[in-house]
Design a protein around this ligand. Structure first.
Ligand code: M6R
Length: 619
């Protein structure tokens, strides 16, 4: 997830740089590991770009003021391909003399093949990004056609994946051409000036008239016009609307808090984490891992090390990885792993999971594992952070920056990345379940739509949360993959609403926790799908009966069509059906929404709960 801004004004107007820099500041929540601008003036395109926060770019521009311009594009980056360096920062140049500049949000899945084609033709590259491939292709097409819109159309039809592209060219100084597929882009309509942005926050200081584009459309803006076409060249029209949000709400996509926005980002977090991980035959390809297949095939034991929500992602993934690979997986809280004398050797794979990549406990665990000879893979959301650098390899999640302290979209992205890793290991080992990899990947591809559907049906959950604002204790039960989800539900409630909450394995109830059940005690129960092996569904339904009989108020999370739970549920929250191992990507959503709305009902600070930091950088 990156932030993109474009501005084109009257030729006498030279405010383009200011508009774009202001837009980038408003979009920094979308990515902040590097930033850059391209300005078109005097028959040239001038670029400036810097790794790090926007302030680094501001300093560079102050030290070396570019020529005044009426047309500019800008980018604030959250790295996906290539680390956060000056060279990988956008814009990227293309064409002879670098007359073209491009900024990009998204992932071009077939960039390896396209890059190889260009390399074979003698094109040289200056970055490790997928974006530069698009820039080079566009530069060449522009040379051939002399029309930036036509050049864009030719190129986007060769690209696979998700992308928003903005392009400017020295020979077309009064225009910006932009294209989108599965990645956001809005047009801002001004008076004698027009704007582009990843969202309306980019231009809210200048205009409230906006134009929404459909998928697979190209828009060309000049100071006085905007023209929309489909990728096939047919004319199209965007949908005009008025922005009613203020600037602060615009950054949050119109949601009241970053957490709410991030909960709604989850379909993208899962979808983007799956992008580019299979080849055209459907086989998993994880080139980025850069660990030899021999080394990975020799692995006979896996440790997952992580903290908090990331550790629950690991616990969820354990069930799937063991099932698919038959390799024993132990999940260890990073701070416990570090000091427990773990049994590790060169056939042990230690997978760390961290959104920030800076959690000190996890970092120490990784360093310790390496010192013991283990192979280490980091599953991480933040390019250029410390844990990936200290690991042998990294598999990035593509959730985009997570601002709210409580982790939500990073969690579903972490589970997704673990599934991808598990299926890849199964494929390498030729295990029986390798054959299922394609089917599982196909089902994973449907998860974003299912999460979207689920998010659209949360009204009752919000009501329940409001009614429960005075509740002092909530219990969560789950079994198998539902067990870590129960613990995650409890953690969300603790950190957001400061309510005592516990997550238990449902089977453990009768071994002690059932003593906590009293009249009116609210209990959430995550019910496995009716097809879950070993009659687990039936067993959990029995657990619900047991606690209901003792007075519990049962709030049941069950799949659509599961009628067995109805007689014993005070409330039923429905989730779309899925295969048992993938269900956590859905069942966690109502629990996040519940915690968010209970916290809101109590008037608490959802994004920055008391006593907590987003990244815990001390042991
Ligand atoms: O950045 P990390 O994923 O390494 O952070 C790990 C935990 O500190 C984090 O998940 C924490 O538990 C969250 N506040 C949970 O919402």
């Amino acid at each position: 997830m990156c932030g993109i801004v474009g501005y084109v004004g009257p030729s006498a107007d030279t405010k383009a740089l200011d508009v774009v820099m202001e837009g980038l500041a408003r979009l920094e929540y979308r990515g902040y590991d590097s930033a850059g601008v391209a300005l078109v003036a005097g028959g040239q395109v001038e670029t400036e770009k810097r790794a790090g926060k926007l302030v680094n770019l501001q300093e560079a521009l102050a030290a070396h003021a570019p020529a005044p311009a009426a047309t500019a594009i800008g980018h604030t980056r959250w790295a996906t391909h290539g680390g956060p360096t000056d060279g990988n920062a956008h814009p990227h140049r293309g064409g002879p003399e670098g007359k073209l500049a491009v900024v990009h949000n998204g992932i071009i899945e077939n960039f390896h093949a396209l890059k190889n084609e260009l390399l074979a033709e003698g094109v040289t590259f200056t970055s490790e990004t997928d974006t530069e491939v698009a820039a080079q292709l566009l530069g060449r097409e522009m040379e051939a056609t002399g029309d930036l819109t036509e050049a864009m159309r030719a190129v986007v039809n060769r690209l696979e994946g998700a992308f928003t592209l903005l392009a400017v060219h020295a020979d077309a100084p009064d225009r910006i051409v932009a294209a989108r597929r599965n990645s956001p882009l809005v047009v801002g309509l001004g008076d004698g000036e027009n704007f582009l942005g990843s969202d309306v926050a980019a231009f809210i200081g200048y205009t409230r008239h906006a134009l929404e584009l459909d998928q697979d459309q190209i828009v060309t803006i000049t100071p006085t016009s905007h023209e929309v076409i489909n990728f096939d060249g047919t004319p199209a029209e965007g949908k005009a609307y008025e922005v009613t949000w203020d600037a602060a709400a615009a950054e949050k996509g119109g949601y009241a808090t970053f957490m709410e926005k991030e909960i709604h980002d989850q379909p993208h977090a899962v979808g983007d984490t799956l992008l580019g991980r299979t080849d055209e035959t459907g086989r998993l390809v994880l080139d980025e891992l850069r660990i030899s297949e021999e080394q990975l095939s020799a692995v006979d034991r896996i440790y997952v090390v992580a903290c908090g929500t990331a550790a629950y992602a690991g616990m969820t993934a354990k069930y799937a990885i063991e099932h698919w690979t038959r390799i024993p997986v132990e999940v260890s809280l990073a701070h416990e792993f570090r000091y427990c004398d773990p049994i590790v050797d060169d056939r042990t794979l230690v997978v760390s999971i961290s959104q920030s990549g800076e959690t000190m406990d996890t970092l120490m665990a990784v360093k310790h594992a390496r010192s013991l000879g283990a192979l280490t893979i980091s599953i991480c959301n933040t390019h250029g952070s410390t844990i990936p650098r200290e690991s042998d390899a990294v598999l990035y999640t593509h959730a985009g920056p997570e601002i709210a302290v409580a982790s939500t979209k990073a969690f579903v992205a972490q589970i997704t990345a673990c599934y991808v890793l598990g299926l890849y290991l199964a494929q390498l080992r030729g295990e029986t379940y390798a054959d299922d990899a394609k089917a599982v990947m196909a089902e994973l591809q449907q998860m974003p739509a299912k999460i979207e559907e689920l998010l659209g049906s949360m009204d009752r959950v919000k009501e329940i949360a409001r009614f429960m604002a005075d509740t002092r204790s909530v219990l969560f039960l789950g079994r198998n993959v539902g067990y870590p989800i129960a613990m995650e539900g409890a953690l969300k409630l603790k950190e957001l609403a400061y309510i005592h909450a516990e997550g238990f394995a449902a089977g453990e109830l009768k071994h002690g926790p059932i003593a906590l059940i009293d009249a009116g005690q609210p209990v959430f129960i995550v019910v496995p799908g009716p097809d879950t092996p070993h009659d687990l569904h039936k067993k959990v339904v029995s657990n619900i009966q047991e606690i209901r009989a003792r007075g519990a108020r049962t709030i049941v999370i069950a799949e659509q069509g599961d009628e067995d739970v109805v007689p014993f549920a005070d409330e039923v929250i429905r989730v779309p059906r899925s295969s048992p191992l993938l269900q956590p990507l859905l069942t966690v959503v109502p629990l996040q929404v519940f915690a968010l709305h209970l916290s809101t009902a109590k008037g608490l600070d959802v994004d920055q709960p008391r006593n907590l930091a987003k990244s815990v950088t001390v042991e």
